[in-house]
Design a protein around this ligand. Structure first.
Ligand code: GDD
Ligand code: MN
Length: 356
């Protein structure tokens, strides 16, 4: 059994040698002699990569990936993971905020429990943070809450934004883009059935150097969470269906079609359009079934929107008949009414109970 440790670095010259020795010692003490330590350095101006290069000459288990024209924590982690060959891959920071003593525990728990993902967690009982300003605490909790609200898969761990975690080989990292800070979140979303467990640890103060977390990272984070969030994708797709609906209806009317046929054709086109995007985008990790699955999901999606669709048509028809309103405006008001109906059904019938 082989262990891979992946460490992204940028200007960590003060700590990297000591960290490599500490990791080596912690692994060997626990009988893990088959390992590699992959350092992914973005050509640090302080020469971190030169130190790693020397280390790798002394111990071939230390490997350097020096990236010249790319910069970024997330993509560094992804590159390191892709280059790794171990059965278990551990990702951690170089600044001692992630204590190397926790590594053997992550491996032991992964093996004994048969977990696919082990998260070193600050927010589990026994874990914590040391030396954080109030602002940093607020940012971190804010990030946690945003993830919990928008991404169901994140709720499998107490610390979905941890930068310290283990994944077993076989966990799908193929779709992880590594944009933004939160690689673990992406992995959790891409692997909805992976078994996840937490190991508490105390996030320590930085020993050397300084944090690179800035405002841009916070914005990136929010964008990343929205991109990963199914509900925001669902809303985007729904909104994109409106021009499809109205466009098809307008085209049909222009071609001389009766109002009812045009309205229903618009509605059906938007349902088919939305279905397509939900299939390939919103729910792409949820349903990977075969051709048969596609047909049943297509029908199922129709069933789920039938009342909203009926509302759309009825509102258009009533406004057109009674107020002689332009049928396209009637259709748009129908879309809004249909949205309210769909939301109400979802809220009152499907998702009635608060989640614990
Ligand atoms: N290759 C590379 N490229 N490495 C980088 C870059 C980069 O652009 N930016 C930062 N790193 C390395 C640092 O050298 C360090 O080893 C690690 O990534 C974390 O960087 P820090 O700047 O220390 O991040 P942090 O302490 O603010 O954030 C940590 O804690 C967060 C939880 O609050 C990280 O672990 C985050 O991933 C984590 O979410
Ligand atoms: Mn740090």
């Amino acid at each position: 059994m082989k262990i891979s440790i992946v460490i992204p670095t940028f200007n960590e010259a003060d700590s990297i040698s000591r960290l490599i020795s500490d990791i080596r010692r912690n692994l060997e003490l626990n009988g893990y002699n088959n390992f590699e330590i992959i350092i992914v350095d973005d050509n640090s101006p302080d020469g971190t990569w030169m130190i790693v290069d020397e280390e790798s000459r002394r111990d071939s288990r230390v490997k350097l990936i020096r990236r010249i024209n790319i910069r970024g924590l997330g993509s560094a982690i992804v590159d390191g993971m892709r280059a790794s060959t171990g059965d278990y891959i551990i990702v951690m920071d170089a600044d001692y905020q992630h204590p190397p003593e926790v590594i053997p525990e992550l491996i032991e728990r992964a093996i004994s429990i048969g977990a696919d993902i082990v998260v070193a967690s600050r927010y589990s009982r026994g874990g914590g943070v040391r030396g954080w300003s109030l602002l940093r605490k607020i940012i971190s909790y804010g990030a946690l809450i945003i993830a919990y609200i928008l991404i169901a898969e994140s709720r499998r761990t107490r610390d979905p934004i941890s930068g310290f975690f283990l994944v077993k080989r076989g966990v799908d990292i193929g779709c992880v883009k590594g944009k933004g800070y939160k690689v673990l979140l992406e992995i959790l979303v891409a692997n909805p059935n992976a078994k996840v467990i937490d190991v508490p640890y105390v996030f320590r103060e930085r020993l050397y150097g300084e944090s690179k977390l800035g405002l841009k990272d916070i914005i990136d984070y929010i964008i990343q969470v929205l991109e990963l969030s199914r509900i925001s994708k669902f809303a985007v797709v729904g909104a994109s269906g409106i021009p499809v609906n109205l466009g098809v209806m307008a085209l049909m009317l222009a071609l001389g079609s009766p109002v009812d046929i045009a309205s229903l054709a618009g509605i059906e086109s938007s349902i088919a359009w939305n279905y397509l995007w939900h299939e390939v985008w919103t729910f792409k990790y949820m349903f990977r079934g075969g051709v048969k699955g596609v047909a049943s999901r297509f029908v199922g999606y129709h069933v789920s929107v039938i009342l909203g669709a009926a509302t759309q048509y009825a509102v258009m028809r009533i406004l057109y008949t009674i107020l002689s309103l332009n049928p396209l405006i009637g259709q748009l008001l129908g879309i809004i009414a249909g949205f309210i109906v769909n939301y109400t059904i979802a809220r009152r019938i499907v998702w009635i109970k608060p989640r614990l």
